[in-house]
Design a protein around this ligand. Structure first.
Ligand code: AMP
Length: 294
């Protein structure tokens, strides 16, 4: 076995960049019957990512964190270009969590070869809701990269945040439909004290916009109360009006959806579980959030 141990700013962290290196490493871990916990990320790590990693550390013997800004899940070249990349700091943060952690940070060529292109997946309609309507090809990109990682890294458990709730449901579908051998674990959204959901994109917000960002969560909480007595559509309209009155935000969508199918709700049923989802722009930065309604 051999691997690269990188020292960045005096922090020792093993970072693999190639499929060959990581495969050799994984093979030795599998021979030793190690339980592998995997947290896929696009880097620019924050406390929200770290909650997933802390859980993975308690439930596994080895943590693998991928840091890869996946080009095929972006439909906007500017957004891809502006996505923050902070590998040194990411390595530093992970090194404070556990000695039994490594990073896999391939480049796009290592993942895709010479042609950066998604495979096509069917997620039984989950992919056509919400984010799927506004981010062309996004979930094919997500499916392609996770299929790649799961096959290469052979994790026992993989950890995903409810912050990207639609993605979490799609990953569960990917695993069940395409019979991949990994257990998917969903983790609660980690928020700033203000209520703003933590996100790598928050780094691009000005200080006043970050403060204003708390408006999303505040609105979701009131919407939850409204949903107790109002229809789904009336609740969505109320949210739309709140955003229309707020000059800082451009609302892309608000949707109340059933939790498993993610279909928007026409008539409420007391036997079903619902969540409310929002995507909105502030400072040209796209933020998403969601909460459970019942
Ligand atoms: P990303 O780097 O944005 O692709 O996120 C990597 C993983 O971290 C995804 O499963 C996200 O849902 C999760 N994540 C990001 N932000 C949060 C947060 N604030 N709370 C919980 N999980 C999060």
């Amino acid at each position: 076995m051999y691997y690269v141990c990188v020292t960045i700013n005096f922090i020792k962290m093993t970072i693999f960049n190639t499929k060959q290196e990581i495969t050799e490493f994984i093979n030795t871990q599998k021979l030793a019957h190690k339980k592998i916990g995997f947290v896929p990320t696009m880097g620019a790590l924050h406390e929200g990512h770290l909650t997933l990693m802390k859980r993975a550390i308690t439930e596994n013997e080895l943590l693998i964190v991928s840091v890869f800004v996946n080009p095929t899940q972006f439909d906007n070249a500017k957004d891809l270009e502006k996505y923050p990349r902070t590998l040194d700091n990411d390595a530093k943060l992970i090194s404070t969590l556990s000695k039994n952690a490594i990073i896999f940070a391939p480049n796009a060529k290592e993942v895709y070869g010479n042609t950066i292109k998604s495979k096509h997946y069917s997620f039984d309609g989950l992919e056509f809701q919400m984010e799927g309507k506004f981010r062309d090809g996004h979930f094919d990109g997500v499916g392609t990269i996770l299929d790649f990682f799961f096959t290469l890294l052979k994790p026992t458990n993989a950890y995903f945040g409810e912050k990207d709730f639609q993605q979490l449901q799609i990953v569960k579908k990917l695993v069940s439909k395409y019979k991949l051998s990994v257990n998917i674990v969903g983790c609660k959204i980690h928020r700033e004290a203000s209520g703003l959901a933590m996100s790598s994109r928050n780094e691009r917000l000005s200080v006043p916009s970050k403060k204003e960002g708390a408006f999303i969560y505040k609105t979701l909480l009131v919407a939850k109360e409204k949903f107790g007595t109002k229809s789904a559509r009336k609740t969505e309209e109320w949210v739309e009006n709140q955003f229309a009155k707020n000059k800082h935000f451009n609302l892309e969508y608000v949707t109340i959806a059933e939790t498993t199918t993610l279909k928007s709700v026409k008539r409420k049923s007391s036997t079903k579980k619902y969540r409310i989802f929002i995507a909105a722009f502030i400072d040209n930065v796209r933020l998403i959030d969601n909460i459970a309604l019942n």
